[in-house]
Design a protein around this ligand. Structure first.
Ligand code: PGA
Length: 265
């Protein structure tokens, strides 16, 4: 159980916003919510995220599995994104990340884990992305989508761009060009920014926003501006996480104090 008592912020929109004193407790609380969804369904369908933010969440889920409290045997997972092009054997790939941080430690059958394929030929990328959307739909849609947020407000690799709201909330899974801020932030992981792939495959806003529950995590002062713009700015394509306001009653934000610092309450 988390050790501190979180505070719940009242927002104008229906989104639940819970602020923990530290990110460790926040991640345990997030893992408990994911475990709750897993236990409430015969065949849970989880949308999973990568990046530094959810690593402790996966550690807690692994701990619960090892303690015999949780099974992944009937879970199917669909990851948000993958660099392009990249080999799944490359330790910067999100397939490698998921194997390393979660899949290899739990009882999930390998063919129930789905990560967009960073080796698909460019000429087949649209077909592959469309197929990924169809797989999620044929599985019955996502019971829970776990999200982080980029400094530029991206969710998955849906980067800021100019579009009207109707288009912004209905983006399919697709190949995109990474935003300069995203490539800068990924630089240390790849050694230098020039080695960060220029492109990525990402699940689109259409599928993310259809999830029956959306859990978005943000920690640290670097995220404060994006969090404030997402929760209290006008929803629009220039801050993709602000599009969560359009489905606010299904969204839970889990923050630490530093990431919540820009919110006006
Ligand atoms: P991070 O990335 O968890 O590494 O900060 C979050 C994101 O870009 O979605």
């Amino acid at each position: 159980m988390p050790t501190d008592s979180p505070r719940q912020l009242a927002m104008k929109s229906a989104a639940e916003v819970i602020v923990y004193q530290n990110s460790g407790d926040a991640c345990i609380a997030a893992a408990e919510r994911i475990a709750g969804v897993m236990k409430s369904k015969n065949h849970p369908i989880l949308g999973l995220a990568t990046g530094s933010t959810p690593i402790p969440v996966y550690q807690e889920l692994v701990r619960q599995y090892q303690a015999g409290h949780l099974s992944f045997s009937s879970v199917s997972t669909y990851n948000l994104d993958e660099y392009y092009p990249i080999s799944p054997l490359n330790d910067q790939s999100y397939r490698w990340f998921m194997n390393h941080h979660l899949f290899q430690h739990v009882d999930i059958p390998a063919n129930q884990t789905h990560v967009l394929d960073g080796t698909v030929p460019a000429s087949a990328s649209t077909e592959h992305a469309n197929q990924f959307d169809r797989w999620i739909e044929e599985a019955g849609g996502l019971d829970l989508q776990l999200l982080g947020i980029g400094r530029n407000g991206h969710i998955g690799f849906n980067e800021p761009f100019e579009a009207d709201l109707a288009e912004a909330v209905d983006l399919p899974t697709r190949l995109i060009e990474l935003h300069p801020v995203t490539r800068t932030d990924a630089g240390p992981a790849f050694g230098v920014v020039d080695k960060v792939p220029t492109h990525a495959l990402t699940v689109g806003t259409r599928q993310i926003l259809k999830a029956r529950q959306i859990l978005i995590l943000a920690f640290g002062k670097n995220k404060a501006e994006a969090v404030a713009a997402s929760l209290q700015g006008v929803p629009g394509s220039n801050v993709p996480a602000s599009l969560l306001q359009t489905v606010a009653d299904r969204v839970v934000w889990i923050l630490d104090e530093a990431a919540a610092a820009g919110l006006k309450v």
